[in-house]
Design a protein around this ligand. Structure first.
Ligand code: DAH
Length: 339
């Protein structure tokens, strides 16, 4: 009896080893006849037994037989599913996995940032919810100035706004650096109560500020020209137009030549529909007002600076000829996936 029990154990071991070695359904077939065939291991064991005298032994062998059956059919399923996986039909068309991409405004911000990083500007981001001082008063905009018109600005409290421009970053940067040289590009979100084809309530601006001893308008011109050519193309030209801002003196609007008519104002002998005059407005700029320098803790006797504040969506629309800015902030994937 004991001898037979060890034999059963040995058979189980052998089965384990055989199963490990077998990898195909043919292997499993061979094992089936080895263990369960007429002349197979189990039958031989049965025959060699004094079953009549020991019913327990018969039961043990039956259990072994069932175990072998189960193990073999499990192995068979395993080998079949492997075989299925191995079939590679090279004529089946590939699956295109949809891939996302950065939003076009994010791409524009990265492009702009990279252009200014090359010129040695430091990228900054300053608060979008700002106090009156940084947003207006400290920028030389008195309490009754039309720029504070609450038609345009979102007020959070009497003294706090959602910034309608990134110029608040000017005073914050002066406070942070304390002394020149200052060379920052502040790119951030701005908010105004406006919405039409070229305006959305939330948009982005990039604000440049350069302060050092001896900074003058030619430096502003150089940086403007470099940006226009890098972002829009080498053929583009820029010009300054006199303007007024509270925080700069003198102040300018900067124009760049239109990409559609190349600055001529004419396309096929007809007036250019995009610009009408050959020029497109880029945005405001100027020499930092002495009051602003003082409010930032600097001495206008020792340094001077220029600043500019331009719209990210605006340059993007100018570059890509987008018909309607609201599309940019829609979730229309047919539009967005073109970029
Ligand atoms: N903050 C102005 C605006 O949003 C733009 C601007 C004009 C920024 C002149 C400047 C500047 O830094 O010098 O309309």
């Amino acid at each position: 009896m004991v001898a037979k029990v060890t034999e059963i154990e040995q058979i189980r071991h052998e089965l384990d080893n055989d199963l490990k070695k077998s990898g195909s359904s043919a292997d499993v077939d061979k094992l089936r006849s080895k263990y369960l065939g007429k002349q197979g291991v189990v039958n031989l064991l049965f025959r060699s037994l004094p079953v009549k005298t020991n019913p327990h032994l018969g039961q043990a062998i039956n259990e072994l037989k069932n175990l072998i059956k189960d193990r073999l059919s499990a192995k068979l399923t395993e080998t079949l599913s492997h075989a299925e996986q191995d079939i590679l039909d090279v004529t089946v068309p590939g699956q295109i996995i949809p891939q996302g991409s950065l939003h076009l405004v994010t791409q524009a911000i990265e492009d702009i940032e990279n252009i200014f990083l090359k010129l040695g500007f430091a990228r900054r981001r300053y608060p979008e919810v700002e106090t009156d001082w940084y947003y207006a008063e400290g920028l030389n905009i008195p309490k009754d100035h039309p720029a504070r018109d609450d038609q345009e600005t979102f007020y959070v409290t009497d003294n706090t706004v959602l910034t309608a421009h990134t110029s608040n970053g000017q005073l914050r940067e002066m406070e942070l650096k304390k002394t020149p040289p200052i060379k920052m590009i502040n790119i951030g979100k701005t908010y105004r109560r406006q919405t039409d084809a070229t305006h959305t309530p939330m948009f982005h601006q990039f604000e440049g500020l350069v302060i050092e001893k001896g900074i003058n308008i030619t430096h502003l011109l150089g940086v403007t020209e470099y940006f226009a050519k890098s972002y829009f193309g080498q053929e583009r030209q820029t010009r300054l137009r006199p303007h007024h801002f509270q925080f700069t003196e003198p102040s300018f609007e900067i124009d760049i030549t239109c990409g559609v008519c190349q600055g001529t104002g004419m396309v096929h002998k007809l007036p250019c529909k995009v610009c009408k005059s050959g020029w497109l407005e880029l945005g405001g700029a100027g020499m930092v007002h002495p009051n602003v320098l003082r409010n930032g803790g600097l001495n206008p006797e020792n340094c001077s600076g220029f600043a500019f504040g331009w719209g990210v969506e605006r340059v993007l629309m100018m570059k890509s000829n987008l018909p309607d800015l609201r599309l940019v902030y829609s979730d229309d994937i047919r539009f967005l996936k073109q970029f």
